[in-house]
Design a protein around this ligand. Structure first.
Ligand SMILES: Cc1ncc(COP(=O)(O)O)c(C=O)c1O
Length: 445
C-alpha cells in the first residue's frame, strides 16, 4: 500500500539525524525543543540557521549563500528595499489598530479590489492565511445556512480549529470532521480531456454525501493551484464547470490564493483567473506583505452584510497602517519590476529545462505548473503509479547540501516543489538546473 505523507512531514528534520550534526546546530535544536517544543518543525536533515536574505539569496550564520527556490512569502525577493522603506516610514509615523480612519489602508483596499472581478467589492484585512480562511468559512456558513464543506484530498488551508478541520494534509491521527468531504485531485494529469467532467463528478458525489449526512452544502474551498496536493495547474480551465455546478447547488466557491496569488503563476494576478472562474470569496496571505504579516478576504458586499448582521468582526492588527504600507509596496514592486511577466518568462524557461532533464531521468514522471510554481513528480520504475518519496527527500537534501533550497508536496510526498521568489532570473534558473541535474545524477546513476 502507498504510504501517505502529512504536510508537516515533507522534508522535515528528524531527531535521528541529530547525531551527525555539528555541536552548534545541535545546541540550537536543543534550545528550540526546550522552548518552542514539539510543534517545532524544521526543514532538511541538516537544519539551516538563516541570518540574512537578499533577493533570491539566503545566508546562514557562517556566511554561506543559498539559492532560494522555495519561498513564496518573500515573493518579490528577500528584504526588498521598497518594502523595508515603506514599513519603516510608516512605523516612524504611527501604527494603530484598525478602528481609526487611515488613507493608506483605504487606498490599498481600493487598489487591491481593482485587481479582482467586479462582484468582489469588499476587502477585510487579517494577519494570516489561516484567519482569512477561517473568516471565509464563517461567511459561507452564515450566507448559505449550511455547514458542509468540500476540499481536496491533501489540501492545507491553515491552523485555526475550524481551518485545521478542512486541512486533511495537516491531520496526523485525527479524522476530518463529519461535515467535511474530500475529493481527489492527484490523478488529474491522468484524466486528460476528461478532467473537467471527472472533477464535476467528484464534486456532485461530495455534495450528495453532505446532503445525506444532513449538513447541506456550504462551500468548496480550493487552493487554485492545489499546492499541497502536489501542484495541479492544468488543463487551465478545468474548474469552470465545477464552479457552475457549485453555484447551481446553492454553494459558494472560496478561492484560496495564499499560494498562487499575487502573480506567481505568470498568467495573471490570481490563480482563479487562469481557470476563468469567478469566486464568491478570495482568501489572501503569505506574499501579500513580502514577509510582513498581512492577509485578507475579498468578497461580496451581500455576504459581508449577512455575516455582520449576526456577528461582529474585529482584527486588531489586520489592516493596520504599517500592514497596508507593506502590502502597497508589494503591489508597486510587482508592477514596476514586471514580476508577473518575469514569472511567466523565467517560469516557462525553468519548466522547459526540467522537462529536458526528464528525457534523461525516467524517474521524473511529470513536470507541471504555471509561472514560477512548478511541481516535479518522482516515481519508481518510471511508473507514476509508484510514487517515490524517498528519492524526493534525498534530492531535496542533496540540493540543500549544495546550497539550493526546494521543498516537497503531494499526498505521498513525491512531488518536488520548485517555487522561487518572483524576481528569479534566467541565470538563477540555469544555476538551479545545473545543480538539480547533479543531484539527479547522484541519485539515479
Ligand atoms: C494554501 C494555503 N492556505 C492557507 C495557509 C495558511 O496561511 P498562514 O500560515 O499564513 O496562516 C497556507 C499556509 O501554508 C496555505 O498554503
Amino acid at each position: 500500500m502507498k504510504k501517505t505523507c502529512n504536510i508537516l512531514d515533507h522534508n522535515a528534520f528528524s531527531f535521528d539525524d541529530d547525531q551527525k550534526l555539528g555541536s552548534d546546530v545541535s545546541e540550537l535544536i536543543r534550545r528550540r525543543m526546550e522552548t518552542i517544543g514539539p510543534t517545532s518543525m524544521l526543514f532538511y536533515k541538516e537544519p539551516l540557521n538563516i541570518v540574512r536574505g537578499k533577493g533570491v539569496w539566503l545566508f546562514d550564520n557562517k556566511g554561506d549563500k543559498y539559492l532560494d527556490v522555495y519561498n513564496n512569502v518573500a515573493s518579490i525577493g528577500h528584504c526588498h528595499p521598497k518594502v523595508i522603506t515603506a514599513i519603516t516610514k510608516q512605523l516612524n509615523k504611527v501604527n494603530v489598530h484598525s478602528r481609526y480612519l487611515h488613507d493608506t489602508v483605504l487606498t490599498y483596499s481600493e487598489r487591491l479590489l481593482s485587481t479582482m472581478p467586479d462582484n468582489l467589492n469588499r476587502l477585510v484585512m487579517t494577519c494570516s492565511g489561516s484567519e482569512s480562511n477561517d473568516l471565509a468559512l464563517r461567511l459561507a456558513n452564515t450566507y448559505t445556512s449550511k455547514s458542509g464543506i468540500i476540499v481536496t484530498e491533501s489540501a492545507y488551508h491553515g491552523n485555526t480549529s475550524l481551518v485545521t478541520g478542512v486541512s486533511p494534509s495537516a491531520l496526523k491521527m485525527d479524522n476530518l470532521p463529519d461535515n467535511v468531504v474530500t475529493i481527489p485531485i492527484n490523478d488529474l494529469t491522468r484524466w486528460g480531456s476528461d478532467a473537467e467532467q471527472k472533477f464535476c463528478d467528484y464534486i456532485s458525489q461530495a455534495i450528495e454525501k453532505l446532503n445525506s449526512r444532513g449538513y447541506g452544502f456550504s462551500a468548496f474551498l480550493a487552493d487554485t493551484i492545489f499546492s499541497s496536493d502536489g501542484v495541479y495547474s492544468h488543463p487551465s480551465r478545468f474548474m469552470q464547470s465545477a464552479v457552475d455546478l457549485i453555484h447551481k447547488n446553492g454553494g459558494l466557491f472560496i478561492a484560496d490564493e495564499v499560494q498562487p496569488g499575487f502573480g506567481r503563476t505568470g498568467d495573471s494576478m490570481w490563480g482563479f483567473q487562469r481557470h476563468n472562474v469567478i469566486p464568491d470569496i478570495v482568501t489572501l496571505g503569505k506574499p501579500m506583505g513580502n514577509g510582513y504579516p498581512v492577509a485578507g478576504v475579498a468578497t461580496r458586499l451581500d455576504l459581508l452584510e449577512r455575516f455582520s448582521y449576526k456577528t461582529g468582526y474585529f482584527n486588531t492588527f489586520g489592516g493596520s497602517p504599517v500592514a497596508a504600507s507593506a502590502a502597497m509596496a508589494v503591489l508597486d514592486v510587482i508592477e514596476e519590476e514586471r514580476l508577473i511577466d518575469n514569472s511567466k518568462v523565467v517560469g516557462d524557461y525553468l519548466k522547459c529545462g526540467i522537462q529536458k532533464l526528464q528525457e534523461s531521468y525516467g524517474a521524473i514522471t511529470d513536470v507541471r505548473g504555471s509561472g514560477l510554481f512548478i511541481g516535479v513528480e518522482l516515481s519508481r520504475n518510471e511508473n507514476s503509479s509508484n510514487p517515490d518519496p524517498e528519492s524526493a527527500a534525498t534530492i531535496i537534501n542533496e540540493l540543500r547540501q549544495n546550497k539550493v533550497l526546494i521543498g516537497g508536496a503531494g499526498k505521498y510526498g513525491n512531488i518536488l516543489k520548485v517555487r522561487p521568489p518572483m524576481c528569479f532570473s534566467i541565470e538563477n534558473a540555469d544555476l538551479f538546473l545545473r545543480k538539480f541535474n547533479n543531484a539527479l545524477k547522484k541519485v539515479y546513476t
